[in-house]
Design a protein around this ligand. Structure first.
Ligand code: 8ID
Ligand code: ZN
Length: 353
């Protein structure tokens, strides 16, 4: 059993302030087959949550909106007549960006659940994890390995899964060079580590002493400060035996992170498009894309298998989330931190102890 009402963090309209109020929780008897209710312990805050509040992407979010898509909690109820549930009441599970999908269309069958036309997106098209009780779906919640604390697991559910998949698909091998613009942020600092797990040589790009120290401590072999560097392309080329990098995974939330990427990749190199700055384009020369055999690949979060793999690597201690824990009611300060670019690693919001 669980209470009839709960505390939520909600935004009423695009660009609006975060408000905290109480709202009814869906009663057990009203849960549809396949639905479950998860009592949140904590949730990471992703830059995407700020894009949603600002409404700066081409596809608008629902409003009013409870944001959040990196949550961990315990299942407190499952809809009656749920067929073959992979989880049970009491299980600790994660809620990621992809809250639900049909599992039967061509995209789902091919493992690209993210592209399902019926996908439900946490904290975007359905209410997300910045609340005490989240309505979710048993076939899509992510079991959390016992060895990981909830606070360490939460950011893996978006930042971890996304960078794990992007690096896995970056067409690189051990010993190759990978450039990571945005390396000091939430996605980026996990990208540094997932890249190291694969034996890649990391060139981190971001700004400021805190992010520099973080990236170098996580195993980047070079850090380039995008605010003070006079020539980012030349610095990357010099750091990569004069030939350029094999891949770049851009997790910068500003379009400038993409500007030089194709110029510092070597022939045959792969640009992984991950960061989602508003109104951004990737200007690529047709001639040089062909002449240098370069690839540009969009990479969108990850499927259930990517989530299991990314969590397993973290549970074995090979990737650690650098995080600060604050209460849910500091969400507005977190958004200010994203705007100012002052968050190194991730912030995890405590929802209930
Ligand atoms: O599935 C996806 N593709 C996906 C999943 C999750 C998040 C995409 N995202 C998107 C977010 O919507 C956001 O646009 O990835 C971007 C990064 O999310 P984040 O890691 O949560 O944001 P952050 O912690 O603010 O990190 C961004 C970093 O970029 C740096 C900033 O200093 C910050 O550390 N940065 C910027 I702004 N401009 C840069 C530049 N020109 C830069 N780093 C290098 N070069
Ligand atoms: Zn995210």
């Amino acid at each position: 059993s669980y209470p009839k009402s709960q505390n939520i963090a909600i935004v009423d309209n695009i660009g609006g302030d975060v408000k905290f109020r109480s709202q009814a929780v869906k009663p057990q008897r009203e849960l549809a087959p396949g639905e479950c209710l998860v009592k949140m312990v904590c949730s990471g805050a992703c830059h995407t949550d700020l894009h949603a509040v600002d409404g700066d992407w081409p596809i608008p979010p629902k409003m009013p909106l409870v944001g959040g898509h990196e949550g961990v909690g315990h299942i407190v109820a499952i809809g009656e007549n749920t067929f073959n549930s992979p989880v049970k009441v009491g299980d600790r599970v994660g809620i990621k960006w992809l809250a639900n999908s049909c599992l039967n269309c061509e995209d789902c069958r091919k493992g690209r659940e993210q592209n399902c036309s019926k996908a439900a997106l946490s904290g975007y098209t359905v209410d997300g994890t910045f609340q005490e009780y989240v309505l979710s779906w048993v076939y899509h919640v992510t079991p959390i390995p016992d060895k990981l604390s909830s606070h360490e697991a939460a950011p893996i559910l978006c930042a971890g899964v996304t960078t794990y998949r992007a690096i896995k698909n970056s067409e690189t091998e051990a010993g190759d060079f990978i450039v990571l613009p945005g390396a000091g942020g939430g996605l980026g600092h996990l990208a540094v580590q997932y890249a190291r797990v694969r034996g890649l040589r990391v060139i981190a790009i971001d700004t400021g002493k805190e992010k520099r120290d973080l990236c170098l401590s996580l195993g980047a072999e070079k850090f380039i400060d995008f605010k003070t560097s006079k020539d980012i392309v030349a610095e990357v080329i010099a750091a990569t035996d004069g030939k350029g990098a094999h891949s770049a995974v851009v997790t910068s939330s500003s379009s400038t992170g993409y500007t030089q990427a194709l110029s510092y990749l070597r022939a045959g190199g792969t640009l992984m498009v991950v960061g989602l700055p508003p109104d951004a384009t990737i200007p690529a020369s047709v001639f040089f894309t062909v002449f240098r055999s370069q690839k540009i690949l969009g990479s969108y979060v990850g499927n259930r298998q990517d989530a299991a793999e990314a969590l397993d690597i973290a549970a074995r201690g090979q990737v650690k989330v650098h995080h600060k824990v604050v209460p849910l009611n500091s969400l507005k300060n977190v958004y200010d931190g994203f705007k100012a670019g002052t968050i190194a690693g991730r912030i995890v919001l405590d929802i209930s102890g």
